[in-house]
Design a protein around this ligand. Structure first.
Ligand code: GDP
Length: 474
């Protein structure tokens, strides 16, 4: 990819809209557009200051293509760090294409995916992890993923990594300096201080590595397994949740044919509801495969919702007994997993039946480590609000609220793991009073992995991979 030419791309979505923005960045940006733009003020674009907007016409020879607003950003005070012009035109696909084609004829090149942000990175406007956060920000679909991307874009943990990297680099240089004076047996790098630094870095790395589990879940949606027999009202309940939120519904066919996931945002947090087939004890081979799958899904979920039909268990003592056994089974198998028992279809019960049912559920709860329960009617929409509150209570959103740093990117996660491995080696080396030259090797390795995150260490493949995930125009 050539980086000293001038690139153009549509920055807004393709298709018709009120307005569209065409972005041009590179050394010739202003020079190429100036002769095509006739400002109402008559002042040439080349004479305009940075961060100014101008009304005028884009001309293809004698023909006016559109009346537009042109924004001028002079290098280095632009997103890319280069000369940049943004043309806000009317949002017709025809106008967009005419202007872009005209700019290409006059010397621009079509931008590759993510090339504006790649240039921003290469020009030092942001580090690599911040550039990656730009893609996350564009893709964020709920408040949690939005907040995490914003935090990372503002520097997030890369500032922290950067600081530690510098301190470590300092020690590395001192230790390497000792090597030059090997005969004199001097110690420039104070080993006690170094030990402290190593331990501090290990703590930070561990915290960041642990945060990945939270971050990943918040970014992709918190998995909730819904366990229940056919007809207890699983689909009705999901619809009741969905209708209220008017969220984006997507059916993701999972690895198995019968896995359907519903995604929705509740209170700004993304949830993924995973339907399961229930776990009723059976001798039937096919059904027991289903049970195995249900347990698999429970193990992957963050929260388990166990759904029963109130009108069944209120009158059928055998069914109630089965429910008791099933809940116990889940609790025994997954003692730490938050479990919420939902007794659906209470609209079918009379007042005194509800009182009786509550007593039964109190008992079940007491026997299962105070598992919580909720009486609800998915059909008449009672108790659905409470269910949402409970779900939010269950998930640990504490990390978000107190704005702890959360790692969401699997590339960063991998680099942090490798850096920690190297730091553990350094610690071991210190404990065994390893010679400076050997210590220095492990320190350099750790530094390498830190650099991978912030982008001091890159290669074309890595950059290509990262920016290929961007849209064109960003
Ligand atoms: P699933 O097989 O678990 O997904 O169950 P469905 O959601 O398909 O519901 C099975 C039947 O129970 C349907 O006829 C629903 O209308 C009914 N149903 C679901 N929830 C309620 C409820 O809260 N009250 C009543 N009376 N009927 C319900």
């Amino acid at each position: 990819m050539k980086l000293n030419d001038t690139i153009v791309a549509l920055a807004t979505p393709a298709g018709a809209g009120a307005i569209s923005v065409i972005r041009v960045s590179g050394p010739e940006a202003i020079k190429i557009i100036a002769p095509l733009f006739v400002a109402k003020s008559k002042k040439p674009l080349e004479d305009q200051a940075s961060h100014t907007i101008h009304l005028g016409n884009i001309m293809n020879g004698e023909r006016t293509l559109d009346e537009v607003l042109v924004s001028v950003f002079r290098a280095p005070r632009s997103y890319t760090g280069e000369e940049t012009v943004e043309i806000s035109c009317h949002g017709s696909p025809y106008i967009q294409q005419e202007i872009i084609q005209l700019l290409i004829r006059k010397g621009c090149r079509s931008a590759e995916a993510g090339e504006f942000t790649l240039r921003a990175f290469l020009n030092g406007k942001m580090d690599l992890s911040q550039a990656e956060a730009v893609a996350d920000l564009i893709n964020s679909e709920n408040a949690a993923s939005h907040q995490m991307a914003m935090q990372q874009m503002r520097g997030g943990f890369s500032n922290e990594i950067q600081k530690l990297r510098e301190e470590l680099l300092n020690f590395a240089s001192l230790i390497e300096l000792e090597l030059d004076f090997a005969e004199e047996d001097v110690e420039f790098a104070n080993r006690d201080q170094f030990r402290e630094l190593v331990s501090k870095i290990q703590t930070v790395l561990k915290r960041l590595i642990d945060s990945f589990a939270t971050g990943n879940v918040l970014k992709n949606g918190i998995p909730v397994a819904i366990v229940g027999e056919p007809n207890v009202g699983k689909s009705t309940l999901l619809n009741a949740l969905l209708n209220e939120e008017r969220a984006i519904v997507s059916d993701i066919a999972g690895t198995t044919r019968d896995t359907i996931e519903d995604e929705m945002s509740i209170g700004g947090v993304g949830f993924r509801f995973i339907d399961t087939a229930g776990i009723r004890d059976t001798k039937d081979v096919v059904e027991s495969i289903g049970i195995k799958k249900t347990f698999e899904k429970i193990s992957q979920a963050q929260v388990v919702v166990y759904l029963v039909d109130s009108s069944q268990i209120a009158v059928n003592t055998e069914r109630l007994r089965q429910v008791r056994i099933e809940i116990e089974k889940i609790k025994n198998k997954f003692p730490l997993k938050p479990l919420l028992i939902i007794s659906n279809k209470i609209d079918r019960l009379a007042e005194e039946e509800i009182t009786k049912l509550k007593k039964e559920l109190d008992l079940i709860s007491a026997m299962n480590n105070r598992a919580q329960y909720l009486l609800l009617s998915a059909k008449s929409n009672t108790g659905v609000e409470e269910l949402k509150e409970k779900l939010l209570e269950f998930v640990n959103t504490g990390a978000l609220r107190n704005s702890d740093t959360i790692v969401t990117n699997s590339r960063h996660y991998a680099a942090l793991l490798r850096a920690l491995e190297e730091m553990n080696k350094v610690e071991e080396g210190l404990n065994h009073e390893l010679s400076g030259d050997l210590l220095a090797i492990d320190i350099r390795q750790a530094l390498y992995h830190f650099g991978e995150i912030t982008g001091q260490i890159t290669n074309d493949d890595l950059l290509g991979n990262i920016f290929a995930n961007f849209c064109i125009g960003k």
